[in-house]
Ligand binder design. Sequence first.
Ligand code: SF4
Length: 335
Amino acid sequence: MINHLITQKNWQTQLSTAITSVDELLSLLKLERSELSVIVPDNFGLRVPRAFVNKMQAGDANDPLLRQVLPTAEEQISVSGYTQDPLAENAHNPIKGLLHKYQSRVLLTITGACAIHCRYCFRQHFDYGANLPTSKEQEAIVDYISDNPDINEVILSGGDPLSISNRRLFAWLDCLEAIPQLTTIRLHTRLPLVIPERIDAELLQRLAQSRCQLVMVIHCNHANEIDDNTAQYLQRLKQIGVTLLNQTVLLAGINDQVETQVALSHRLFAAGVLPYYLHVLDKVAGAAHFDCDEQQAITLYWQLLSKLPGYLVPKLVRELPNFAFKTPIDIYQAD
Ligand code: SF4
């Protein structure tokens, strides 16, 4: 691991000092531009916290964490079938900041900000500017949920819901917990992996007081993302009763080998997290080079079944536009 960095600064400082310069990143990793087809995108530029860079291997242009964040020329290749809104989310957006696609749960995009920019992100073209709820829309969201008694779970997403301040996050929790029908609040976040100090004492205290069941789905793609420090922070969440799950995107050249997936499941479990989903890539424009062939995914999955106990095998799924659930991939299908 590279030998610069990082004293345990508070998470806001880490957030604001994330690396946004390709040259700085390559310099820290002792890599030359000539080794990589790096680009500087107009939108959705490089962003990576230093603590995450610290988990990369210096001198390795194919480091699996680096490849998740480094913008390369492959993103500029237009590939048929890869679109800006691969899940047709715009069709399920009844009010600003709220996506209602699944029957019993709604997803709130409470911020457009992320601590890290993942090059495969299916929301990299999402119009957050038009979708961030103001305080007035926050009231409309509460009304919408109250008017739909089937909804019992709210998913806080974004962007990354843990990238906002505790004050703003707690205000969301307060208003959601006041809706009697809600039983569960779920947070989808990469912050515990990229800036573990985000799980600060104030956040832990507030989450421990929630009247709702809390689920946190971290988005971890490789065992190297969970070092001992990260595992300690995840364990703190587990100790206060948060259910910890992981979803992984199957990424070509990053985690498409069976050994990589097996190591990830074991590392997650050691940190108190259960594997939940293994997603094949959502076909978002600019990310086709990360996609794995479905037959390859199925072959990998059979190997996982043979090597892992059932509770460490995530479900292999694809998200299809306009389906009200994740679609399990048929692993019995013929070539
Ligand atoms: S943290 Fe999540 S929402 Fe943000 S860029 Fe990465 S995958 Fe996308």
